[in-house]
Design a protein around this ligand. Sequence first.
Ligand code: NAP
Length: 285
Amino acid sequence: MSATIIDGKAIAHRVREEVREQVAAWVKDGGRRPGLATVLVGDDPAAAVYVASKQRACAEAGITGFSHELAADAPEQQVVDLLGELAADPAVSGILLQLPTPDHIDGPRLTTLIPAAKDVDGLTPLSTGLLTKGLPGLRPCTPAGIIELLRRHDVGLQGAEAVVVGRSDLVGKPVSALLLAENATVTICHSRTRDLAEVCRRADVLVVAAGQPRLIAGDWIKPGAAVIDVGMNRTDDGLTGDVDFAAAVEVAGLITPVPGGVGPMTIAMLMRNTLDAARAADERS
Ligand code: NAP
């Protein structure tokens, strides 16, 4: 048996195209054009690349991009003031403070200044609370992208055994909460889990976000399972996931490759969150 490979690149492209069409229709109907403000402090090259690709995605989707670049030695108060201005600006539907920030700035703490209604990354404590309570709110992009991949492949989540390997605030915990919201039976594993292989073998849906190249062997996978590999590990063999893909593809029913699986979904869901934030702001005003 050979698994169906989930083409995350194609699905992400479709999501972005849908957002572009919905933005155009929304603006045509008199809605305020969605706007995404990115805040980049300093000159971390990876952070700059991420911000540039998010701004490019905005331009393609018809979302106004507001790009704020602050010097590496900008005082923390300057970032605080800027976040306050963006929070109050009705043209800004979503705010993104790109991490990491320089050492003298407590980036994670400053993200808590972003109001939940504009938290398009969906990672602030308030957004996390809304997610775990099942209240409306903006959901974290990578986890939401994982659910979108499963949905578009008609993977039934209701009552399914879902196993998540990893308990980070960025991926493991929020994707577990989203799977639970879909009525899956969710088990969360981590570095202290006893007999990880045996737990993984129970999974109808296996989501792996451990950051450990090829941690998951082929014989850890239940035949026919949907396997979502979030891992992005730079190794001597290039970019590698957390799953032994060559072995897993022979056992699983569905599987994401690395690269080209989960990765492209993150920015697509960021675009969707920005549109959702603009719509919700309009409903409130
Ligand atoms: P993280 O914060 O380092 O968390 C890793 C988690 O995996 C921790 O909960 C850790 O357990 C667990 N873990 C590590 N080794 C393990 C092992 N041998 N057995 C069981 N559990 C183990 O990582 P993250 O931010 O969630 O990212 C995970 C991976 O996804 C990385 O490769 C990252 O690059 C990738 N990623 C991709 C995207 C994307 O595609 N867009 C987005 C985000 C992250 P403990 O809690 O016990 O330490």
